[in-house]
Every structure is written in structure tokens, then in C-alpha cells.
Design a binder for this molecule. Structure first.
Ligand SMILES: Cc1cc2nc3c(=O)[nH]c(=O)nc-3n(C[C@H](O)[C@H](O)[C@H](O)COP(=O)(O)O)c2cc1C
Length: 192
């Protein structure tokens, strides 16, 4: 069975990003796809040191990253959700992205399907620029980038919420996240 993983880049374990990534995965699950939720805050992930060892062999940093890289490699679709911090992804999300470099040496994520979810406290707080940062990451891994399925059909899931549970009332954030999950699932099913 094809599998989609949803990655949450918030330091809040059960905040808005977790809620919306879960909505996306649940929509994907309704299309007959296996799903798994990964909260980066529950793992020990250290920043890349730019030693370039990964170009020749294994990354020398000892932490939880290898486990996460295995999960990325095994997945058919990858949804990355991040809160908007200063118009961009969180530091946690970016550190994780940088540590995926070993997978790019021989393009292990090539042709997997990917999408983005971003949650900001303000309506125009940088959801689109944050989705864009995630899209750039996916493109540089040679993945296939999708947005939310019609009728919303834009950049992915875009939520507005500041307090930890605000997005539970955010109809548009929920709809776009569900439509993203649907779109990733539909394409994964076509490709698999
Ligand atoms: C350091 C920091 C920077 C933030 N920067 C922005 C921002 O640029 N734009 C915005 O709309 N919200 C910003 N926020 C608000 C968060 O995006 C918002 O609280 C979001 O719901 C957090 O998601 P979470 O509940 O999944 O952690 C910022 C919050 C923090 C802590």
C-alpha cells in the first residue's frame, strides 16, 4: 500500500500545524493510503556542520536523523507542515531540511510527491512564502510538488491561528489542508 508521511516542524507538539497536518493525512487515508505523522519536536536533530562527509560516506552526526531519513526514503508522498516564523519555516524545520542532504547525493526522493502546509498567526503573515520555502526544498530533491486540490487549488494548506488550538476553528485552513492531502494521495495512487 502506498504511504504518505506528514512532518510537523512546530516546537508545539499539539499546536495548529499538528492539527492541520493530521487533517491532510486523514483526507489521504480516505483515499486508501497508509499515513504516518512525524513531529520533529519529538526527535533529537542537530544542525548540519557542513563537513561534506555525506558527499563521500555517512553523516558523522549521531542523533535521530538517520531514522527519519529512512522514513522519508520509504514514503511515496511527503507533506511538510511548518508554522510561519518571520515569513519562513521554523528553525526546527530548516535544520531538518538541511540534514536530508545525504538523500540528495543520489536523489533518493526523486519523483516522490510532496506538498506544504503553513500556519501563521496573521492572515497575510507569510503562509505563501513559507509554502514556497518548503516547495523549494522539495524541488531541490527532484520531487513532484503539488498544491491543494480544487476547488481551493493554491499553494497547499494555509492556516491562520496564533493560540495553540486556533486552527480548529479555521475553516479555510482545514479545507486547504484536506485538499492538499487529497491531491498528494491522488497523485501517489496514480504513480504507484
Ligand atoms: C518566533 C515566532 C515568529 C513568528 N512569526 C510569525 C510571522 O512571521 N507571521 C505570522 O503570521 N505568524 C508568526 N508567528 C505566529 C505563529 O506562526 C503561530 O502562532 C502559529 O500558529 C504557530 O503554529 P503552531 O501552533 O503549530 O506552533 C510567529 C511565532 C513565533 C513564536
Amino acid at each position: 500500500m502506498p504511504k504518505i508521511i506528514g512532518i510537523v516542524g512546530s516546537p508545539r507538539i499539539d499546536g495548529n500545524t499538528t492539527f492541520l497536518v493530521k487533517e491532510a493525512l486523514s483526507a489521504a487515508g480516505k483515499k486508501g493510503i497508509e499515513t504516518e505523522l512525524i513531529k520533529l519536536a519529538e526527535y533529537n536533530i542537530n544542525p548540519c556542520r557542513a563537513c561534506d562527509t555525506c558527499l563521500e560516506g555517512e553523516c558523522p552526526i549521531e542523533d535521530d536523523t538517520p531514522l527519519l531519513l529512512e522514513k522519508l526514503e520509504a514514503a511515496d508522498g511527503i507533506i511538510i507542515g511548518s508554522p510561519v516564523y518571520f515569513g519562513n519555516v521554523t528553525g526546527q524545520t530548516k535544520i531538518f531540511m538541511d540534514r536530508t542532504r545525504p538523500l540528495r547525493i543520489d536523489f533518493k526522493l526523486k519523483d516522490k510527491v510532496g506538498g506544504a502546509i503553513a500556519v501563521g498567526g496573521s492572515r497575510n503573515g507569510g503562509q505563501e512564502t513559507t509554502c514556497s520555502a518548503i516547495h523549494n526544498f522539495l524541488l531541490i530533491h527532484e520531487m513532484i510538488v503539488v498544491g491543494d486540490a480544487s476547488p481551493t487549488a493554491h499553494y497547499g494548506g494555509t492556516g491562520v491561528g496564533r493560540g495553540e488550538k486556533d486552527c480548529e476553528e479555521d475553516e479555510f485552513g482545514i479545507e486547504t489542508s484536506r485538499n492538499l492531502g487529497k491531491k498528494v494521495a491522488e497523485l501517489v495512487a496514480k504513480i504507484s
